[in-house]
Design a protein around this ligand. Structure first.
Ligand SMILES: [Zn+2]
Length: 371
């Protein structure tokens, strides 16, 4: 009988299942010393309390953060528009070549004006929007209860099985916007496409370590921070290969039908195709396979819905570009572009299948799971 009573007071560690005295009891979940040590939380000593964090940025800090977020948002969006403006100008130049110096002088005159107006125009919306979303969309309290992440007093209840987490290195952001550079936080994201959301936590040194240890112990998938270099390579590569191939085809087609403007239409369609392909390849290269599987499905089984959507989007994009040369030309470019879309889709799912295979061979390299 004595033995039986003693066993009853011992709770099994929920991470490894060993029936030993718990070292941490976090949000009513007991963990043994060995598991806590392996997850990196031993330095904090014994921790026995509910897991709750109240996020208080302070009024001044909240405004500075929101202004910074507005600046990042405005710069990014106007940067994309300036890039598209440059691309259109380039294709225009290829359709109607002028002396290079004249082209450069023209661009130097127009570009600062275009950039300035774009920044001001987007900023008028971007800055107030950032102040508003920092106030309304960022979580003020995060806690864990019965295997779920609770945001703002049950405003959002997200099962941990539908979560992933990240420790962003360059620019941390949640639904409220970005944080100042070098702000060290953990961002928990929903992997359920039906209830998207990103919530930052771990603002103090202690809460950062507690969340990190807890998420590791619970085997919540870890999203490795996407390397900006990988993104730059795929985006720049996709945009330039797409533009080049598109304008070459457009140049040939323009000669054939006697409409030099075809190079603009085809070049720009190629540019957009290339950028989209670059985005997808960068996502596949930088996202953890667990999250890829949850959001895009298994590449081993052919996904008719995704393929049909890709073909339709490709047709729409091609039709829009070709329609400036006439309806029939629009249909032809639309069909051509939907085939290109399917080929790119096939390439992306091949890349994904490759990643899944490598991860199955070396499971430990992909996530923060400790086995
Ligand atoms: Zn354990």
């Amino acid at each position: 009988m004595m033995n039986g009573d003693e066993l009853d007071t011992r709770q099994a560690c929920v991470s490894c299942g060993a029936a030993v005295e718990p070292f941490w009891v976090l949000a009513d979940r007991p963990y043994c010393r060995e598991c806590v040590t392996r997850a990196g939380g031993a330095e904090l000593g014994q921790v026995i309390h509910p897991l709750v964090e109240n996020v208080q940025l302070g009024c001044g800090m909240a405004i500075v953060t929101a202004l910074w977020s507005g600046l990042v948002l405005t710069l990014t969006m106007s940067g994309v528009l300036v890039l598209m403006f440059l691309a259109i100008n380039f294709f225009g130049f290829m359709a109607r070549p002028v002396p290079l110096q004249q082209f450069g002088e023209q661009l130097a005159r127009v570009l600062p004006l275009f950039g300035g107006f774009t920044f001001a125009f987007i900023g008028v919306i971007g800055f107030p929007l950032s102040l508003f979303s920092r106030q309304t969309k960022s979580a003020s309290q995060l806690s864990i209860s019965e295997g779920s992440l609770i945001v703002n007093n049950r405003f959002v209840v997200l099962p941990l099985s539908e979560c992933a987490w990240a420790t962003p290195q360059t620019l941390a952001a949640d639904d409220g916007g970005c944080y100042l550079p070098k702000t060290r936080v953990i961002v928990i994201s929903s992997t359920n496409p039906k209830s998207p959301g990103n919530y930052a936590c771990g603002f103090t040194d202690e809460t950062y370590r507690i969340w990190k240890t807890f998420l590791t112990l619970e085997r919540v998938p870890f999203k490795a921070p996407g390397s900006p270099k990988v993104w730059c390579i795929w985006l720049a590569g996709g945009a330039s290969i797409g533009s080049l191939l598109g304008s070459l085809v457009g140049f040939g087609a323009g000669e054939l039908i006697g409409k030099p403007a075809a190079v603009i239409a085809f070049g720009f369609a190629g540019f957009l195709d290339g950028v989209l392909w670059g985005v997808l390849r960068a996502m596949v290269a930088t996202t953890s396979t667990e999250i890829l599987r949850r959001s895009l499905g298994d590449p081993a089984t052919f996904n008719w819905r995704q393929a049909t959507l890709t073909a339709l989007a490709g047709f729409a994009l091609g039709f829009k570009s070709g329609a400036m040369l006439g309806f029939t030309a629009g249909v032809v470019t639309g069909l051509l572009n939907s085939v290109i879309g399917l080929l790119l889709y096939w390439n992306v799912s091949r890349a994904m299948a490759d990643r899944f295979q490598t991860t199955q061979a070396f499971p430990d390299t992909d996530s923060a799971e400790l086995r």
